[in-house]
Ligand binder design. Structure first.
Ligand code: CAA
Length: 284
């Protein structure tokens, strides 16, 4: 299967990054948003990132213009009828995601089309079961910032066809130029199963007054050569996303390491969602 017509649902932090990656790879991309205001914000996010890529010498300005020319925004899901690959990157809410998969199943006409979710930790099989084609549903999990991070987790549910997993793995490696790894449909897949307990543990360390956020971050940057410390990384990922990921992992496994720290919940209640809202643990 030669994937050329793609779509992304949502143009928040992850959706915009994924749409940018697809457009830069020469694919036709439709981005579906809930209203014109959200579409304008998503387009601005992509334009800003492409401008940074040009500024950093990673992209020619002609390639930027060509990528922007391959992107279309819509608020009507029916416009996705002819898509061969749709990647859902809506907010981490299971009911919203399930209803999106149900709608996609109704509008996408090609029986060979692949429906994917970028969820960080939710069970892929539940989205698959919202469709009449569960064998063509899988997880394709990018990392933030998607235009920069090379990894993509390919998450197969117990119902995903091997041929679908293979097609998407080859597509991610050969067309997108990313590095795929195979994960099972288990809480947190591979990366978040390790990352979320680490981030929660750092927030608990801060909450207990054990160390300052600056020292926690400096410890992991200077001591373990991480590009950023865990408190700053939580701000980058988004506190709401971290909270949903931790909560859904905790609900399924009961593992105390994934129990969301109270401080994380309170920060989300306060609207301190991280870089994307102008402030989280740090101000931006
Ligand atoms: N497009 C293309 N390339 C870009 C770019 C853009 N918009 N912005 C930056 N880059 C490139 C730069 O050119 C640079 O490349 P070189 O190393 O080849 O020079 C590199 O990316 C780093 O960029 P900067 O120097 O501008 O920025 P930085 O050094 O401050 O790094 C960072 C920023 C990439 C975010 C880095 O701090 C980092 O990797 N942090 C960790 C991020 C991380 O762990 N992400 C995973 C989060 S978990 C997740 O997302 C999954 C989940 O489900 C929760």
């Amino acid at each position: 299967m030669n994937i050329e017509r793609t779509a992304v649902i949502g143009s928040g932090l992850m959706g915009a990054g994924i749409a940018e990656v697809l457009a830069k790879s020469g694919l036709d991309v439709i981005v579906r948003e809930i209203n014109d205001e959200a579409s304008a914000a998503g387009r601005a996010r992509i334009e800003k990132s492409l401008a940074k890529a040009v500024e950093k010498g990673k992209l020619e300005s002609e390639a930027r213009d060509a990528a922007l020319g391959r992107l279309r925004f819509t608020t009507d899901i029916a416009d996705l009828a002819d898509r061969q690959l749709v990647i859902e990157a809506a907010s981490e809410n299971e009911e919203i995601k399930k209803s999106i998969f149900k709608e996609l199943d109704e509008v996408v006409t090609d029986p060979e089309a692949i429906l994917a979710s970028n969820t960080s930790s939710m069970p892929i099989v539940r989205f698959a079961q919202s469709t009449s084609r569960p064998e063509r549903v899988l997880g394709v999990h990018f990392f933030n910032p998607a235009p920069v991070q090379p990894l993509v987790e390919i998450v197969s549910s117990v119902l995903t066809a091997d041929s679908v997993r293979e097609t998407v793995t080859d597509f991610v490696a050969e067309v997108l130029g990313k590095s795929p790894i195979q994960a099972n449909d288990r809480p947190g897949f591979i990366v978040n199963a390790l990352l979320i307990p680490y981030l929660c543990s750092a927030i608990r360390m801060l909450e207990s007054g054990f160390a300052t956020k600056e020292d926690i971050d400096a410890g992991m940057v200077g001591g373990c050569a991480h590009p950023m410390g865990p408190i700053k990384l939580t701000d980058l990922v988004g506190l709401d996303t971290c909270l949903y990921a931790a909560q859904s992992m905790f609900d399924e496994t009961g593992d105390p390491a994934t129990k969301p720290p109270v401080l994380l919940s309170r920060m989300v209640d306060a609207g301190r969602l991280g870089v994307k809202s102008g402030g989280g643990f740090y101000d931006y």
